[in-house]
Design a protein around this ligand. Structure first.
Ligand SMILES: [Fe+2]
Length: 374
């Protein structure tokens, strides 16, 4: 369903771009341009759907080129329409008389699709590859000692994020020497690479004094979750599924399963959160790990001091640090509910390899030991 929506959106934008080409050229040149672009789109879309559908299994080059071409058209269409709207308003302001013979073509209009192509090239390369590190300081009562917890999420192993990239990411996290690494789901997303990825994680456990903890996301279920868990079971990676653990520094770490039954999402979510927090004392320092950000509400209600989530990818498009498409209740960054904090990680990978204004991140939470009030 989601994939169908994406295809419909891309097709609509392609048509809008073909329409907006009227501001770049006219006459025979316009016809030829439209025909050439339409044919190129049709061929790329057919190859993409054949090779990469329904998610990201296929040849990375095909996906990258297709996404570049379509995104260039989306950015190009938006820029052309904005420029045409601006010119229309400008002429209205100057009260220019209507002249049917006036040229539709924008002066230097060809620059705008070129700018769009530049933005598309950025989003498909640097925009999705340059990892940003965020550092947060969170006081937490009852901790025996300070500890830093690093979070990565939504790696989405596959054609656009392989074992080598995972290794590099883990090395980058480990270099900051956090005590603990947590991975909040949607890592094991490729049947051909899941076993290798589990081994890579296993080799890095000793980089973190309090280990590596993993919880499930929805994509683990799409790629034979039991098979993945059997690979993980051969490592010392800590796996939490509606369960919790007390670490040596007094921190309770709880983790939920992912509620896959959409019809009963709310009830399951609540039940999973309760099960995860069951053995966590009310006043204890605690971190709840959950893939879906709506668990933040449950975490707050059940007394988790911090709930770490992912899943949204921060909408993959942003402006001034804010998500451009905030379609989730919580899409990116911190949420405060009473005394409890929630965090939505923007993810490290994606099945749609494109990010603009929403770079992948490593989030470091320094949990500061604070005396409980007498
Ligand atoms: Fe997800």
């Amino acid at each position: 369903m989601f994939f169908t929506i994406i295809c419909a959106v891309l097709t609509s934008f392609m048509l809008v771009f073909l329409f907006a080409l009227r501001y770049v050229a006219e006459g025979r040149l316009l016809f030829r341009l439209r025909l050439a672009i339409f044919l190129m789109d049709a061929v790329l879309a057919a190859v993409f759907l054949w090779r990469d559908a329904p998610y990201h299994i296929g040849v990375p080059l095909v996906g990258n080129v297709t996404i570049f071409v379509f995104m260039a058209q989306i950015f190009g269409a938006l820029l052309l329409l904005l420029a045409a709207l601006f010119r229309f308003l400008w002429r209205r302001m100057l009260r220019a008389p209507y002249d049917p013979g006036r040229r539709r073509v924008l002066a230097r209009g060809a620059l705008l699709p070129a700018l769009g192509a530049g933005a598309a090239l950025y989003g498909g390369t640097l925009g999705r590859q340059s990892v940003v590190e965020h550092f947060y300081d969170i006081p937490m009562k009852g901790l025996v000692a300070d500890c830093t917890l690093a979070q990565i999420s939504d790696i989405h192993l596959g054609a656009y994020f392989d074992g080598q990239a995972l290794e590099a990411l883990l090395q980058q996290v480990a270099a900051r020497r956090p005590e603990l690494l947590v991975i909040t789901g949607d890592l094991f997303d490729d049947m051909a690479q899941n076993e290798e990825a589990a081994q890579i994680l296993g080799r890095h456990v000793d980089d973190f004094p309090l280990g590596i903890t993993f919880i499930l996301g929805n994509h683990e279920y799409y790629r034979n979750v039991d098979r993945t868990l059997s690979f993980l079971g051969r490592t010392r990676v800590r796996f939490l599924r509606n369960s919790s653990v007390r670490l040596v520094n007094g921190l309770y770490l709880a983790g939920t399963d992912y509620p896959m039954d959409r019809a009963h999402f709310a009830e399951l979510k609540r039940a999973y959160a309760r099960a995860a927090m069951r053995e966590v004392p009310a006043e204890a320092p605690s971190v709840l790990l959950a893939h879906h950000p709506e668990f933040i509400d449950d975490g707050a209600e059940l007394g988790a001091k911090l709930t770490l989530t992912g899943h949204t990818h921060g909408s993959q498009f942003g402006l001034f640090g804010l998500p451009l498409f905030p379609v989730f209740k919580y899409t990116r960054g911190f949420v405060r509910i009473g005394e409890s904090l929630g965090y939505v990680h923007v993810g490290n990978g994606s099945w749609f390899p494109f990010r603009f204004g929403c770079p992948p991140e490593i989030a470091y939470f320094r949990l500061r030991a604070e005396e409980a009030k007498a």
